[in-house]
Ligand binder design. Structure first.
Ligand code: MLT
Length: 410
């Protein structure tokens, strides 16, 4: 008889967004006449822009010819895309194309990166947090058991973020090996300034920790003093890996394309204290476990950086920003306390007094037929909060606010 990886038994029953999808499906089955508005999972609604579609169509035609046919591509991504990413997203930041690894999603990258770390590594996450960082480390055996009373895992370092600390995590008291940061933050929609981020970079340097920086929402930054990349912070190239995605920037949630930046200057230690390049390890892992994102998709991603592509994508981002404004201001008018929603597509609100996040979820679904994400689903410090996304249509954003105001306003 074979044995399973028992770390999986430490996980909560189901992935947050699967639990929500199941609850919503049940509600819809029992209430077929109700028009449910989904502002839960951060999935986009605007179609892929013409510049990207045209590039993908061209690539389809190309691979249908003898000269243009493509078999396995480079596991790390085609040079044309790695180059255009380095030149645009990391202009002036000294990131080379061979430090960029193209993939089929930042969720996968964030989950897969843990392959590089010792199973005893101490992990620090913000609380609340995008569940992938935590769950993949639980699967990898880097946590202890889940404590139902505290809502926390043993052996995981939680860095609470809430209105009490202005959503700026404190440096951890116990020194972690791996620190996850996501800014603009999922789920709170809040940001860190360069100075605030620098504290973490300096801390990681001092303590020989590594920062895993998820910048999936950087395209939504409007304020000039907010860094788009952690590499804008001096010293970060020695201590940080960055994840980016075309999902929220260019509507690729279904098309799938993202990338991880693993600078050649980031080193980890072997048990014999030998310095090992993480770029080399990630390359080794990638070539072994991945055969590259599809050529067609990578040509589409390349077009994101073309003049036309850039312009068209900007319009979509503006559209979602406008939704965020509608939701944020509408909620405020209805009497809610609201965070995020300015440099981020996520709006983080305080639930009405006396309700838990999940109770508010149920009430919102049953009374306003609006779906959001309960804050406590992202961690114990998310209790009392709730997340809405601006990725719906404008009409639905307006209608959702109208319904919420009707049920909870005043
Ligand atoms: C979210 O809603 O938090 C994200 O869409 C999930 C993801 O990007 O995987």
């Amino acid at each position: 008889m074979f044995y399973i990886n028992e770390n999986f038994l430490n996980l909560q029953d189901s992935y947050l967004f699967s639990t929500i999808a199941k609850k919503v499906a049940e509600f819809q089955q029992n209430n077929p006449d109700k028009k449910v508005i989904k502002l839960g999972i951060g999935d986009v609604t605007k179609p892929i822009v013409p510049a990207v579609c045209d590039a993908m169509k061209k690539a389809v035609d190309e691979i249908g010819t003898a000269e243009g046919f493509k078999g396995y591509g480079p596991e790390q991504g085609y040079d044309f895309l790695r180059k255009v990413i380095a030149e645009n997203d990391y202009k002036g930041l000294g990131i080379e194309p061979d430090e960029i690894f193209v993939s089929d999603g930042a969720k996968c990258d964030c989950g897969n990166i843990v392959d590089l770390f010792d199973s005893e590594s101490k992990i620090a996450i913000t609380d609340p947090v995008y569940p992938v960082y935590l769950d993949t480390n639980v699967m990898g055996g880097r946590s202890g058991k889940f404590n139902k009373d505290t809502g926390k895992y043993e052996n995981i370092i939680y860095m609470p973020v809430s209105s009490e600390n202005n959503f700026v995590p404190e440096l951890p008291l116990i020194t972690p090996d791996v620190i996850y940061l996501c800014f603009p933050n999922n789920p709170t929609g809040t940001v860190l300034t360069k100075q605030q981020l620098k504290k973490f970079v300096d801390y990681a340097k001092e303590n020989k920790s590594i920062i895993l920086f998820d910048a999936a929402y950087e395209a939504f930054i409007q304020d000039e003093n907010i860094p788009h990349s952690i590499y804008e912070v001096e010293g970060a190239k020695d201590v940080a890996i960055e994840f980016r995605s075309f999902s929220k920037t260019a509507g690729f949630t279904g098309v799938r394309c993202a990338f991880a930046v693993v600078p050649k200057t980031v080193y980890g230690l072997s048990k014999s204290e030998e310095k090992i390049s993480l770029n080399k390890l990630w390359n080794r892992r990638t070539t072994t476990k991945f055969n590259g994102a599809s050529y067609i998709v990578q040509r589409g991603a390349e077009a994101v950086y073309s003049e036309e592509g850039r312009k068209q994508i900007r319009e979509n981002i503006e559209y979602y920003r406008e939704n965020a404004k509608i939701i944020k201001e509408g909620l405020e008018k209805a009497g809610f306390t609201v965070f995020g929603g300015v440099n981020s597509p996520y709006i983080w609100l305080k639930v009405p007094e006396g309700l838990t996040s999940w109770e508010f979820f149920d009430e919102l679904l049953s009374k306003a037929n609006v779906v959001g994400t309960p804050g406590s689903g992202f961690g114990p410090s998310g209790e009392g909060y709730f997340r809405l996304t601006s990725f719906g249509t404008k009409e639905n954003s307006i209608e959702a606010i109208r319904r919420i105001t009707e049920v909870f306003g005043g």
